[in-house]
Design a protein around this ligand. Structure first.
Ligand SMILES: [Zn+2]
Length: 252
């Protein structure tokens, strides 16, 4: 079927806001943005700059070809990751970074089984107060990379006495299968200088260093402990090597 051609005005607007930031044998990563995004952060309106990225198996700087193909791909069936940027991110000496793993139950529903929703908002607040930073929202990291359906099954096991790590292992998953490579390519496209990572998880710090991120330090992020997530947070410390509590949804 013949695909509709983009109007030249539409194309010229979009071409200014799309860049091909990485190419490899698997394809390219296309970044769109910045888009002005005013956000309600604890009752205050804070303006972030928002970018979204997409991996495609085609490598081209003819963005018309990419855009025209998207209308026939069912992108809503897949999650795309994105990043909220604040302040003079490219040039400021000091920038706070949060690599936030998507948590459908915590971020969207406000589930108290984990502390993800709290961490998401709190890290946005820390970035704003610091003056420069970026929050990466990683859409393929649900349940530490096992996906939402498997996370629901892990919750069923947890309701039957398994801890969060045991539940994942019993479903045939490794404890943590998250990958940060694409996010780091995006980070490098937006900033060359080192960053301070908001995390309590030394493994995450190590994973990011190994993927080539230039780190200048770590800022911890704790809070929102309740009777509902106490065991989950303890497991993070006892089983997953977390420095005290926190980090990436281990499936509450
Ligand atoms: Zn969570």
């Amino acid at each position: 079927m013949e695909q509709a051609k983009l109007e030249s005005k539409v194309l010229s607007i979009l071409e200014d806001k799309i860049q091909l930031i990485k190419t490899s044998e698997e394809g390219g990563i296309y970044l769109v943005g910045p888009i002005r995004l005013p956000v309600n952060l604890y009752g205050e309106t804070v303006v972030f700059r928002w970018y979204c990225w997409l991996q495609r198996d085609i490598i081209t700087d003819d963005y018309e070809e990419i855009i025209e193909k998207l209308s026939s791909d069912n992108l809503a069936e897949y999650q795309q990751s994105s990043v909220l940027v604040y302040g003079d991110f490219e040039y400021n000496e000091d920038a706070l970074i949060r690599m936030h793993s998507i948590c459908h139950t915590g971020d969207i529903f406000g589930s108290k089984r984990c502390d993800c929703g709290f961490q998401l908002k709190q890290s946005m607040k820390m970035i704003k107060e610091h003056g420069t930073g970026a929050l990466f929202y990683l859409a393929n990291h649900e349940g530490r990379g096992i996906g939402l359906f498997s996370k629901a099954m892990a919750y069923v096991l947890q309701e039957n006495g398994y801890d969060t790590v045991e539940a994942n292992l019993n479903l045939g998953f490794v404890d943590d299968s998250r990958n940060y490579e694409d996010a780091i390519h995006v980070l490098k496209a937006l900033r060359k200088k080192p960053v301070t990572l908001i995390t309590n998880n030394p493994k995450k710090l190590e994973a990011l260093k190994n993927s080539g991120m230039h780190l200048s330090g770590r800022t911890p992020l704790w809070g929102d402990v309740s009777e509902f997530n106490e065991n989950y947070l303890k497991t993070k410390v006892a089983r997953s090597g977390h420095l005290q509590e926190e980090e990436g949804c281990l499936n509450g």
